[in-house]
Write a protein that binds this ligand. Structure first.
Ligand SMILES: Nc1nc2c(c(=O)[nH]1)N[C@H]1C(S)=C(S)[C@@H](COP(=O)(O)O)O[C@H]1N2
Ligand SMILES: [Mo]
Length: 407
């Protein structure tokens, strides 16, 4: 299964997932000199996202006639929308009567109702973010409006293309409220057909995928084919069946880049990583450097060292000074969600459900063995892995890297 494969690859990157129960303890001090910002990619190129796709063969390996038959080319893509379980849906969209929605009609809707949004894709079960994209599409509520005046509908189930083996099905769901009533401070779930200014590639779920801004990746169904309006109030998510919380929101979390195992001691050590601004906002990112005796196997959750940890502040990368170099040529930052309409600058940083880099200058270290950890603190003063450290809501451990400073 492709999912397994990519997880193994991620593990190869070297992720240490150690969790602390009461991680907010320990003192905070300002860090030393701020390191210069690295030149880094703001948007992840479409083909550089980590791929989490079920299916054998995975849908994006289909070619030619098989792709046409699967309705996964821009010309053949169709979306069905029907009712079940006692739902009253006045206007359905079906393949059978030729009313299924095609890409031309969807993109026409996008001319008057479009969403443009920088979102980090993060899997609930993988410890590193999969990528940050500029996603564009049409709010789900505009598509649901095509069904007319609904009654006896409480939930929306949706499916991506999968082959005829029911075990390979991948599905997710939202409540009707979540789809229809977008609060002014929030983003709507939407049907995305562009990524980083280009048509959404097959590998990322094109021609059209669902994107649920506040959620982990499992709600963002790729190769979207079917929407079912139901009066069943229960979530039907594939991820719920695998003992995950189907309503979990993206968490505020810091991730550590790899470090070499052996580092020269004659230059200051700079550490870097990324941070996702999740539902509860981001106050700061901190690191904790700890000298160890040899190859320590890691800290137990109840190790007293957590209580006396000295957490130091990291520097979150500032937003790019101009967005015209970052965004596609036909997209102005002032049109992107979360940016000010007049100034074209982000209203908060990092942007909600977005991801950015951070760094810290740890300075010159004497030779020896070390461990370094990083964590994010949210606007409610909860430090990672809190406030929801149970794994059903998503992996959120405090990451650690071990290294030796050479003489
Ligand atoms: N149709 C379909 N959509 C899917 C999946 C899948 O296996 N099939 N995997 C989901 C999961 S678990 C994640 S984390 C994201 C990953 O998105 P990406 O492959 O674009 O990085 O896709 C989601 N959408
Ligand atoms: Mo996932």
């Amino acid at each position: 299964m492709a999912e397994r494969h990519s997880r193994r690859e991620l593990l190869k990157i070297g992720v240490g997932g150690i969790t602390a129960v009461t991680a907010a303890k320990g003192s905070i001090e300002a860090s030393a000199a701020e390191p210069a910002q690295p030149v880094r990619e703001v948007l992840t190129p479409a083909d550089k996202f980590f791929d989490v796709s079920r299916g054998n063969p995975v849908p994006h390996s289909l070619r030619g006639e098989a792709l046409v038959k699967a309705r996964l080319t821009p010309e053949t893509w169709r979306l069905e929308m029907v009712g079940e379980g006692g739902a009253n849906v006045p206007k359905t969209l079906t393949l059978q009567d030729g009313s299924a929605l095609d890409l031309t009609v969807l993109m026409k809707l996008g001319k008057t109702h479009s969403v443009k949004f920088l979102k980090a894709i993060q899997c609930l079960n993988i410890e590193q973010p999969l990528g940050l994209g500029l996603w564009e599409g049409v709010p789900l509520r505009e598509v649901l409006r095509l069904a007319g005046s609904l009654s006896n509908v409480r939930r929306i189930y949706y499916w991506g293309y999968h082959n005829d083996d029911p075990k390979q099905m991948f599905q997710s769901s939202l409540s009707l409220t979540q789809a229809m009533e977008t609060p002014p401070w929030e983003l709507p779930p939407f049907l995305a057909y562009r990524l980083n200014g280009n048509p959404l590639p097959l590998e990322r779920g094109g021609p059209v995928r669902m994107l649920v801004p506040w959620a982990h990746g499992f709600k963002s169904i790729k190769w979207l084919h079917r929407i079912v309006l139901t009066n069943d109030f229960r979530a039907n998510d594939t991820y719920a069946d695998a003992n995950n919380d189907p309503e979990s929101h993206l968490k505020t979390a810091a991730y550590l880049n790899d470090l070499p195992e052996k580092i020269r001691g004659d230059q200051p050590l700079v550490i870097r990583g990324t941070v996702i601004h999740g539902l509860s906002g981001l106050k700061r990112v901190e690191y904790w450097l700890r000298r160890t005796m040899g190859r320590a196997p890691g800290l137990a959750e109840n190790d007293p060292a957590w209580e006396t940890a000295r957490w130091l502040r990291c520097t979150i990368d500032s937003p790019p000074s101009t967005w015209s170099h970052v965004l596609p040529p036909d997209v102005k930052s002032s049109e992107v969600w979360g940016f000010d309409n007049h100034t074209g600058k982000p209203k908060e940083w990092p942007l909600r459900y977005g991801m950015t880099g951070w760094s810290a200058n740890v300075g010159n270290l004497p030779p020896g063995m070390y461990e370094i950890r990083a964590r994010a603190v949210d606007l409610n003063d909860f430090a990672q892995p809190e406030p929801r450290s149970n794994r059903q809501t998503g992996l959120n451990g405090v990451q650690v890297r071990r290294f030796e400073i050479l003489t």
